[in-house]
Design a protein around this ligand. Structure first.
Ligand code: F6R
Length: 242
């Protein structure tokens, strides 16, 4: 596991550089996309590179980590809509080449199985961007998630609904109680994991991720078993690292 401590803008450039190198090497690469605040600067940097240097996404595929269950298609916090607004709509990336688990599916378990199949059919994820929750979740694999889990329906903890209330007018009751999420087993099959964390509310989660024992109590710790992980953190998030 490589840990880089820096300022947020530089961390975003590092992540974008890695994605650009991957796309230039293999334009049909498969990118794993996170939502939430952590990757936003990376997305801004990728859009800049697309505009200024012609970085192309036209042959790439994209897979979202997760999706809320039950949010209507037009809801501003639906992750498919968020990723379109923050990234895809600003690139030459055909919208149908970026997909997420279907939180509106009639059969959610079937949607999860089909999502796993779609990732496998695309050849697996080359680079997976990740944020981390203050409770150590990645995607929506909350504490005590199975370390080998696959894409499935999960309920969100009170902590995560509280953390995400800022996207729902500050009201945790408006944050959906359930989501579809790639499992820890799914995520760790990606060939390169890049996790971004900034701010002091991530300090304990980053400490556990890098220095704690591997444990379902802090789901991100499973990344310690992965051969190619880059952790990009600012001073605030890194302040409990030894
Ligand atoms: C979002 C996701 C979540 C977030 C995490 C951190 O797709 O999978 O695991 O990465 O909740 O959220 P932010 O970046 O908003 O602090």
């Amino acid at each position: 596991m490589e840990v880089v401590i820096g300022v947020a803008d530089d961390l975003a450039v590092l992540a974008a550089e890695t994605i650009e190198a991957q796309l230039r090497r293999r334009p049909e690469s498969v990118l794993g996309l996170a939502t939430g605040s952590s990757p936003l600067k990376v997305y801004e940097e990728l859009i800049r590179r697309h505009r200024e240097t012609g970085l192309s996404f036209s042959r790439a595929r994209g897979f979202l980590l997760d999706e809320y269950v039950g949010l209507p298609a037009e809801h501003p916090q639906r992750y498919r809509r968020v990723i379109a607004e923050k990234l895809v709509d600003h690139l030459d990336w055909p919208a149908d080449q970026v997909v997420g688990p279907d939180g509106l599916a009639e059969s959610l378990p079937r949607a999860c199985t089909e999502y796993e199949e779609a990732i496998a059919e695309a050849g697996g994820v080359d680079i997976q961007l990740l944020g981390i929750g203050s409770d150590g979740h990645i995607a929506f694999n909350e504490p005590m998630s199975s370390l080998t889990s696959r894409t499935r329906v999960k309920s969100l903890t009170r902590q995560t609904r509280q953390d995400n209330a800022r996207f729902f007018g500050g009201n945790p009751a408006l944050v959906p109680g359930h989501c579809l999420t790639q499992g820890l087993g799914t995520i760790t099959e990606a060939r390169h994991l890049i996790l971004l964390a900034t701010g002091s509310e991530k300090t304990e989660a980053v400490h556990q991720l890098v220095e704690g024992p591997v444990s379902a109590r802090w789901p991100a710790t499973i990344m310690q078993h992965h051969p190619h992980v880059t952790v990009l953190v600012d001073e605030g998030a890194a302040s409990h690292l030894e």
